[in-house]
Design a protein around this ligand. Structure first.
Ligand SMILES: *[C@@H]1O[C@H](CO)[C@@H](O)[C@H](O)[C@H]1NC(C)=O
Ligand SMILES: *[C@@H]1O[C@H](CO)[C@@H](O)[C@H](O)[C@H]1NC(C)=O
Ligand SMILES: *[C@@H]1O[C@H](CO)[C@@H](O)[C@H](O)[C@H]1NC(C)=O
Ligand SMILES: *[C@@H]1O[C@H](CO)[C@@H](O)[C@H](O)[C@H]1NC(C)=O
Ligand SMILES: *[C@@H]1O[C@H](CO)[C@@H](O)[C@H](O)[C@H]1NC(C)=O
Ligand SMILES: *[C@@H]1O[C@H](CO)[C@@H](O)[C@H](O)[C@H]1NC(C)=O
Ligand SMILES: *[C@@H]1O[C@H](CO)[C@@H](O)[C@H](O)[C@H]1NC(C)=O
Ligand SMILES: *[C@@H]1O[C@H](CO)[C@@H](O)[C@H](O)[C@H]1NC(C)=O
Ligand SMILES: *[C@@H]1O[C@H](CO)[C@@H](O)[C@H](O)[C@H]1NC(C)=O
Ligand SMILES: *[C@@H]1O[C@H](CO)[C@@H](O)[C@H](O)[C@H]1NC(C)=O
Ligand SMILES: *[C@@H]1O[C@H](CO)[C@@H](O)[C@H](O)[C@H]1NC(C)=O
Length: 717
């Protein structure tokens, strides 16, 4: 080849190189990484209220490194106006943020899918997307975020299964996919994430398989929560290796087989939740070596055997539930040495013998259920020393003798059930206002009608020689207290009668109880409400936190550890057994988990447990519209401008229900009682107990509510 021919080619290549290099330098000079970050930030629209881009490192939720590059976006706090990200989640050009380490959008109501491009955040270590109203499937690209240490997608309405690609996130320390409606199987690849310290997969439907065998390799685990997620099969062998475990949650599954004795090797265990499974056999004696244990929950299984003396070792025990099994034998006296006990439920077994009088030493006890056993003898009067008791259920035994008068001194008692025993004599004077009073007349209290029935020897109503006959003004006094409370009751429950008129159609998002009728789903508020927090915040529904008594339940005000205040509507147990009330409760959950609107009260969670049925709402400081109109002071404060805003708010809510929901929803019980006001008099429509979907085409049986964003956790099929 001649040089005259090669030279132009070389020249061309040279030119091209020069031009390319120049162009590259030009474009980088044109747009430095910092500038492209700034541009992407502006284009995202996430901070539409902020305009001075040169101050971006000071915008709420943003942190930068020394070079001024963004390392953190935390939009989950109160500082930020959530509504700004919302639909614009995917509009952030993720690839422009090579130094972003923390992205926390929890609670941001993003809606829609997780954009697969999120994997472009190559430096990301922390991704918080809990309670973001996300739907769709988890993108496989999540497996490319190989620097990730913390991943939380809990409390969303994801469907599909866990991508096995998550097994590539070797640095993961914390993985939370609870209450997301995932299905399929737990991928075995998760068993290779040996740095995991916290793994939470509760509230899903992994009913296609067991716990992966290789989870035994996750020896760094401190928390393992696989509650209510449909898993079958036995507890895998080798779990005794997980010696760092503090919390083992496996409740509400279909776990069978027996409890492996090696669980007794988990010497750091604080909480063992195995209730609501199909476990058989007896409790391995090794479990009584777990001296740090605080929660020991084995109820609702098919366990048998007796409680050995060794239980004495569990000195730190606070919660003991063996309910609904086949346990036999006597209640051991050594139980009385466990003075930290707050909760004992050993009901629905075949325990025999008598109630130890030393129970009087359990001074922290607030819940005592021994119902439906074969207990005999008398009720020890020492029980009257347990000042913290709020619930005592000794029903359905063979107890005889009289009811100790000391029970009358239990000022916190809200539930007392002694029915179906052989008790005789007089019913003692009770701190009656603390109980669920149905009626009071002529100084004769009737208490939760069934509390004393089935005891042939008892007088039919509770007469009081001291309190009520000596001073009859006592009764009008608490009627005076109760009546306004009942009126004030933010959730008046009308129209349960309508209920028999219609049957809620099966819908994809219906609430189905598990085998035992227990479901608990407590989410939102940063996903951080736990059942235990609710119980702690209300001291197990102590009367002091009750702010109203409605038709079939009580309303409580609870301040959570994070400072948020919520309202709890709790069904009384006797009413929980009434199918109409139960249905109304479920109806409310069904609708409020699906719909979301500025003027419709927000449901933050619910618990449908046989013993404890309650709903969690956002708290409305001003109570019902009815109350505000009725109260002279409030009515004056509520001027015409406010009234117009209230009407507009209600109209927006109804318009949304009728026109934006598909199929339309009719509330059927709009009244001033069912409109609640927050501290700035904004109106919120509440009480969907009798609401129904409008059947536009009666031949259409599917009634999907797909456009509405929410699907009940753990119930996506
Ligand atoms: C933007 O912020 C910079 C730095 O704080 C300041 O110097 C500048 O005046 C601001 N620009 C506007 C338009 O406010
Ligand atoms: C939040 O943002 C929305 C939409 O950008 C706006 O309408 C609303 O007024 C903002 N709220 C506050 C409290 O700034
Ligand atoms: C993950 O990254 C690899 C290599 O960078 C790429 O080939 C692959 O397509 C990515 N996977 C997904 C699901 O984005
Ligand atoms: C992990 O567990 C599996 C099965 O349980 C076992 O075969 C394997 O050797 C374990 N791997 C490691 C690294 O321990
Ligand atoms: C446990 O359940 C699995 C799956 O349902 C079943 O295959 C297995 O036989 C059961 N094992 C026992 C011990 O009952
Ligand atoms: C208790 O045992 C009896 C007979 O052995 C059985 O019929 C019953 O189902 C068992 N109950 C529970 C809760 O396992
Ligand atoms: C109960 O407490 C009393 C006094 O505090 C003590 O004498 C008694 O031994 C205790 N009984 C049991 C069974 O612990
Ligand atoms: C209670 O029943 C026991 C046997 O179960 C009996 O010995 C005792 O006398 C009875 N006490 C009373 C007061 O009836
Ligand atoms: C109830 O408490 C009062 C005051 O604490 C006490 O005087 C009384 O003896 C107690 N009654 C019973 C039956 O224990
Ligand atoms: C009843 O109680 C009220 C205050 O609660 C008191 O003023 C009145 O004197 C009492 N009556 C009797 C008969 O003790
Ligand atoms: C998810 O689980 C992790 C690890 O246990 C925990 O730190 C986080 O708070 C959980 N998320 C929510 C919303 O509770």
């Amino acid at each position: 080849m001649s040089s005259s021919f090669t030279n132009p080619i070389l020249l061309g290549i040279l030119w091209a190189t020069i031009i390319l290099t120049f162009a590259t330098t030009l474009s980088t000079a044109d747009q430095s990484p910092l500038e492209s970050e700034a541009k992407a930030l502006l284009e995202s629209g996430w901070w539409s209220g902020y305009h001075n881009i040169s101050r971006r490192c000071k915008w709420p939720g943003i942190s930068c490194n020394a070079a001024g590059s963004i390392t953190e976006m935390t939009l989950s706090g109160a500082v930020y106006n959530y509504s700004e990200v919302q639909d614009r989640f995917g509009e952030l050009k993720f690839s422009s943020f090579p130094n972003l380490v923390v992205l926390d959008l929890s609670g941001c109501q993003l809606g829609g899918n997780i954009p697969p491009e999120i994997a472009d955040l190559s430096a990301l270590k922390y991704l918080g997307l809990s309670s973001c109203d996300l739907s769709g499937e988890l993108p496989l690209s999540l497996g490319n975020l190989t620097n990730l240490e913390f991943l939380d997608i809990s409390s969303n309405s994801i469907h599909g299964s866990i991508p096995p690609q998550l097994g590539k996130l070797e640095k993961l320390v914390s993985l939370n996919l609870s209450w997301t409606g995932l299905t399929g199987q737990i991928p075995t690849s998760l068993g290779t994430l040996t740095n995991l310290r916290h793994l939470q997969l509760s509230g899903n439907q992994f009913d296609e398989g067991p716990i992966p065998q290789n989870f035994r390799n996750l020896t760094a685990l401190v928390t393992l929560k696989l509650d209510s997620c449909g898993i079958t099969g036995p507890i895998p062998s080798g779990f005794g290796q997980l010696t760092n475990l503090e919390i083992l949650g496996l409740y509400g599954n279909k776990i069978n087989g027996s409890i492996p004795p090696e669980i007794g090797l988990l010497s750091n265990l604080l909480e063992l939740h195995l209730h609501g499974n199909m476990l058989v056999g007896s409790i391995p004696i090794t479990l009584y070596q777990l001296t740090n244990l605080k929660y020991f929950l084995l109820g609702i299984n098919h366990l048998e055997g007796s409680i050995p003396q060794d239980i004495e070792n569990l000195k730190n025990l606070r919660i003991l539930s063996l309910t609904d099994n086949n346990f036999t034998g006597h209640i051991p006296l050594v139980l009385c040495h466990l003075t930290k006990l707050e909760f004992i439920d050993i009901g629905l077994n075949q325990f025999s013998g008598s109630i130890p009088s030393c129970f009087g030493n359990l001074s922290n006890l607030n819940y005592l259920s021994l119902r439906s056993n074969l207990l005999e003898g008398s009720i020890p009067q020492e029980i009257g020393n347990l000042e913290k008791l709020t619930l005592v259920d000794l029903s359905q035994n063979s107890l005889n003798g009289s009811i100790p008068s000391q029970i009358g001194n239990l000022s916190r008692l809200t539930y007392l059930d002694l029915s179906f025993n052989q008790l005789s004599g007089h019913v003692p004077v009770l701190s009656a206002t603390k109980l669920h009073i149905v009626d009071a007349e002529n100084g004769c209290y009737k208490i939760s009608p069934d509390s004393f029935q089935g005891n042939k020897g008892l007088s039919p109503c509770i007469t009081s020689s001291k309190t009520s006959t000596a001073n009859n003004s006592k009764i009008p006094l608490y009627i005076k207290i109760f009546l306004p409370i009942a009126i004030f009751s933010t959730f008046s429950i009308l129209g349960c009668l309508f209920f028999s008129w219609f049957k809620v159609k099966n819908s994809r998002v219906g609430i189905h109880p598990t085998k035992n009728g227990d479901i608990c789903s407590i989410w939102n508020y940063d996903g951080k409400i736990a059942y235990e927090d609710i119980i702690a915040a209300t001291e197990d529904f102590d009367f002091r936190y009750c702010i109203g008594v409605g038709g079939y339940g009580s309303v409580y005000r609870a301040q959570l550890p994070c400072g948020k205040v919520v309202a709890l509507k709790k069904l009384h147990r006797s009413e929980a057994e009434n199918p109409a009330f139960d249905k109304s409760f479920r109806n409310e959950i069904k609708f409020l988990t699906e719909i979301r609107h500025r003027n419709i009260v927000k449901l933050h969670g619910f618990c449908l447990h046989r013993r404890s049925m309650f709903l969690i709402y956002e708290y409305m400081e001003k109570g019902s519209l009815f109350y505000n109109l009725r109260d002279e002071v409030e009515a004056v404060e509520m001027d015409w401008t406010k009234r117009i805003e209230i009407i507009k708010g209600m109209a927006h809510a109804l318009c949304y229900l009728h026109h934006d929901c598909s199929p339309p929803i009719v509330h059927r019980d709009i009244s001033s009682n069912n409109v609640l006001l927050n501290s700035s008099f904004e109106a919120f429509v509440a009480d969907f107990g009798t609401a129904r979907m409008l059947d536009l085409d009666s031949s259409n049986q599917t009634l999907l509510v797909g456009t509405l964003g929410y699907i009940a956790p753990g119930d996506v099929s």
